[in-house]
Every structure is written in C-alpha cells, then in structure tokens.
Design a protein around this ligand. Structure first.
Ligand code: F3S
Length: 64
C-alpha cells in the first residue's frame, strides 16, 4: 500500500483531492483534507499520484 499523507499546515482547503478521489480523501470540519483510506489508492477510480501532483500547494505526499 502506498504511503499517503496530507500536510494540514499546507492544505488551503481547496477540496480538489476530495473531489478527485472521494474514497481516499475527505475534508474535515475545519476544511482541511485528510486521508480516509489509503488502501483505495490502487482502485480504478483513483489515481492518487495525479491527485498529489494536482494539489495547488503540494500538501499531499505520495510514495509508492
Ligand atoms: Fe488541501 Fe491540496 Fe487537497 S490544498 S484540499 S490537500 S488538493
């Protein structure tokens, strides 16, 4: 399973990760993303590597 982390200090709450990949990321009440289930990263519906690259503030770390 890949290592996936959201740096909540960096996250600006844009919501992109959660909208790209709702099975893996969710937004907390204070509008920060968090990893809900990294095991879903390898599912058809989610390309976590692209999500990590798409975060505008590079808050997501993805490691194979
Ligand atoms: Fe935050 Fe980046 Fe997701 S800013 S909401 S971790 S795409």
């Amino acid at each position: 399973m890949p290592t996936l982390k959201v740096d909540q200090e960096k996250c600006i709450g844009c919501g992109l990760c959660a909208s790209m990949c709702a099975e893996v990321f969710e937004m907390t009440d204070d509008l920060k993303a968090r990893v809900k289930d990294a095991s879903k990263c390898e599912s058809e519906s989610c390309d976590c590597k692209s999500v990590a690259e798409s975060c505008p503030v590079d808050a997501i770390t993805y490691q194979e």
